[in-house]
Design a protein around this ligand. Structure first.
Ligand code: BG6
Length: 445
């Protein structure tokens, strides 16, 4: 078994989920600041105003990462911290925070991996129509260009956006995430097109402003099909299910990724969305489809698919996480494999992990053997792809520490490091040490 020497081993977080300092040093509001203050939107009325106070405690967090041997850190930049109104006047203090963060990572030997956008959309731009505004792709490119101009001398790895499926699907279709919209199919597809144009323009802006050899990708998610039996026919059925467009399920993969990697929408878009689907022009596809250096993907679970293409019901024996997500390690084999086969790019798991019922024991420690088992079983599947010669370049566990889990508030703990939100004390869980040992043992020579 052979992970390469430069394999990226790390943990991931997102600005709104950990930073706190929601209105400090010139930061403007985001749609999440506004949404989480509306009664009934977030479990237990939690809000992310303070979260893990990473804005103040980042040194301590990075020191923990260093001591645990996590060689890379995937973090996101808060758009309204850099541009309080989303465009126009740059907030120097916002840039300075990320300068400090990046400098500290580099001093500690941690490779920065930057997500340009992880859902905290500037509220001022939302008021102008947000992703529905035809100018939204230019706003995003302006922001991405500013980040590249400032940080690309030190940051090598970039992803434009995290999980469009979620910030569009949950944020603009079911309304369970910020900004809480329930758009029609036609409006939804128009917002989707604008994010795909935004991705393409951002890739260009990042490259145009780059000060060193950088690598650019994206970090989406999507449904992952696991063949119930490993026959040729069943494998094909699982692949076809994974990349099928399904109007009932916005976690489809192809509708988000085909345009930006293959330069076209999948053929079944028209069938699924009927007259709500209006194909972009050839010029628009040319903007969306920019060469990428890698594909990131967030994978947590996936169902088994039968040979006839039908989805197997999960048996009640399948263990589930604290968010009730089924534990299906094979998703970390079949998901990346199918994605590499279809898109032919280097591949990085940009998120994988679980929420657990973590508690501090009398000795002040947090024992979470379930998470060790989870990681072990998923990584075992992932390793197989390395052995089979797939271009697997990294793995980021979600998450570095417990944090504000969006609509779940602080109720669900995904971290390798426990956070006591009252005192902001950090306690590495036993899984943090397990992951640390795993990295040590599997670091390529
Ligand atoms: C991913 C997101 O969807 O899953 C993370 O990129 C998120 O930001 C994680 O925290 C866990 O999901 P949730 O909805 O339980 O917070």
């Amino acid at each position: 078994m052979s992970f390469s020497k430069d394999f990226l081993w790390g943990t991931a977080t997102a600005a709104y989920q950990i930073e706190g300092a929601s209105d400090k040093d010139g930061k403007g509001p985001s749609v999440w600041d506004a949404f989480s203050k509306q009664v009934g939107k977030i479990r237990n009325c939690d809000i992310g105003d303070i979260a893990c106070n990473h804005y103040e405690l980042y040194e301590e967090d990075l020191e923990l990462m260093k001591n645990l041997g996590f060689s890379s850190y995937r973090f996101s930049v808060s758009w309204p911290r850099i541009l309080s109104e989303g465009t126009g006047k740059i907030n120097e203090k916002g840039l300075e925070f990320y300068d400090r963060l990046i400098e500290s990572m580099l001093k500690k030997g941690i490779e920065p991996f930057l997500s340009v956008f992880h859902w905290d959309y500037p509220y001022e731009l939302y008021k102008k129509g947000g992703w529905l505004n035809p100018e939204s792709s230019d706003w995003f490119a302006e922001y991405a260009g500013i980040l590249s101009e400032r940080f690309s001398d030190r940051v090598k790895y970039w992803v434009t956006m995290n999980e469009p499926q979620c910030f569009l699907g949950l944020g603009h279709y079911t309304g369970s995430h910020a900004p809480g919209l329930k758009l029609s199919d036609a409006e939804y597809l128009s917002a989707l097109k604008n994010t795909q144009l935004a991705h393409g323009k951002a890739v260009m802006a990042i490259r145009e402003n780059a000060k060193s050899q950088i690598q650019v990708g994206i970090a989406p998610t999507g449904r992952v099909g696991i063949p119930q039996n490993e026959t040729k026919e069943n494998i094909k059925a699982a692949y076809d299910w994974m990349f099928a467009v399904d109007q009932q399920d916005f976690f489809t993969v192809s509708m988000y990724l085909d345009p930006i990697i293959l330069g076209k929408y999948p053929d079944d878009m028209k069938k699924e969305y009927g007259s709500s689907f209006i194909s972009p022009t050839a010029e628009e596809f040319a903007i969306m489809k920019q060469p990428l250096d890698f594909l990131g993907f967030n994978i947590y679970h996936g169902p088994e698919i039968q040979e006839d293409g039908s989805v197997c019901i999960y048996s009640s024996e399948i263990p589930r996480t604290a968010t009730n997500w089924p534990i299906t390690p094979k998703a970390l084999y079949w998901g990346p494999k199918f994605l590499c086969d279809r898109y032919k790019l280097s591949f990085i798991i940009t998120e994988n992990g679980m929420a657990n019922l973590d508690m501090v024991n009398e000795q002040g420690m947090v024992e979470d053997p379930q998470r060790n088992l989870f990681l072990q079983s998923y990584l075992k599947e992932y390793e197989k792809l390395v052995d089979e010669g797939y271009p697997i370049k990294g793995y980021y566990c979600w998450s570095f520490c417990d944090n504000f889990e969006w609509a779940e508030g602080f109720a669900k703990r995904f971290g390798l490091v426990y956070v006591d939100y009252k005192t902001q004390k950090r306690i590495p869980k036993s899984s943090a040490y397990w992951f640390s040992d795993y990295i040590k043992q599997n670091k390529g020579e």
